[in-house]
Design a protein around this ligand. Sequence first.
Ligand code: URA
Ligand code: CA
Length: 432
Amino acid sequence: MKVYDIIAKKRDCKVLPKEEIDFMVQGYTRGTIPDYQMSAFLMAVFIRGMNSRETSDLTVSMLHSGEIVDLSGIKGFKVDKHSTGGVGDTTTLVLAPLVASCGVPLAKMSGRGLGHTGGTLDKLESFPGFKVEIPKKKFMENVNKYGIAVVGQTADIAPADKKIYALRDVTATVNSIPLIAASIMSKKLAAGSDGIVLDVKTGIGAFMQKLPDSVRLAKAMIEIGKMNGKKMNAVISDMDQPLGDAVGNMLEVREAILTLMGEKKGNLLEICLTLGSLMLAQAGRCRKTSEGRVLLLSQIKNGKALLKMKEFIKAQGGETKAIDNPDRLLCAKTVSAVKSKKDGFITRCDSLKVGKASFILGAGRETKDDVIDLAAGVLLEHRIGDRVKKGEVLARIYTNRTKPLKEAEALVLEAFEFGAKKKVSKLIHKIL
Ligand code: URA
Ligand code: CA
């Protein structure tokens, strides 16, 4: 097998056999194939695409470049979820305890991630003492005992993906459906759960901005999962405005707690009920998702979901005072109100701009060594469809840095657009 010939074959629209795909992935991961040849190969895949068999072979090859977690020591049907990344997306913090409180185990690996705000792990560190790295034995014990554990993804999971993603990032080959699908699914398959529910975002601030592309991406991932023996579902959800009202780590944790307390309704709760009922159905905990939904809501009402969150945070060493009093998380030195300069109905609340504002206030990181300010971020007071008057507060900004305040305020103001007619926004576009 010659690398040159494999690149040429894909360039000429041919279908690659499993052996050739594996040769490229393993060779690149080991360092025997140089960046320039892998770059050409990735660009050929970006432009020519891959069929579902090739995409599955690419995924499996990346999966086998590292460790595959064995969850067979955990009783029951294990479920996992993945979100393709949104602004103000605290889903895991609500969904994991909510589903676990129904007796369906979650053994989850999460990331820190780069971008507007931190990832799930950063958010969890809002609880002082919370450990995101616990020994494997303890991880398994916690899942068996409490039905839930969330840890950092180790370097042993799909190292091929890590190396290939870094190359895609600098060669304009990120936004390719087979490459994204293989990247995400190699890590999800390595994490070892029996069922996976995907939350694929669409709109501004998503990998795929158009609905048909998001659907194609979701279908590609479902197919890979099914070919590898997993139960699969996907939800296509909207990212034309931030998911929750909070964008920023502690602010998002506060919103998650309020949601589990039953004090906060809205899109975050809605998506958790949609994803959660699919997870319960996969695990056989309910026959229909409508039943699952009722069960999930009852766990919020009877306080068991919140109790599960407390148990989970405590089990991983975290202090739980904020769960009893979530306003403790509103602890930035400076809070500033952004007021509307117009009257009218909100027709747009650009997730990217709100995310960027949150980022410059200190909520996110650009490189993996940047330090996050967990208290920083933006809290929206209004969303698409709301009617506001000039001078009314649109959002509040939380920060410990005063320098970026003006720029952040301008960005938040820019994110909002107004019209004379009420606009209805849709959260769930499709369930697959
Ligand atoms: N998330 C990933 O993990 N990989 C991609 O390629 C895109 C999003
Ligand atoms: Ca997020």
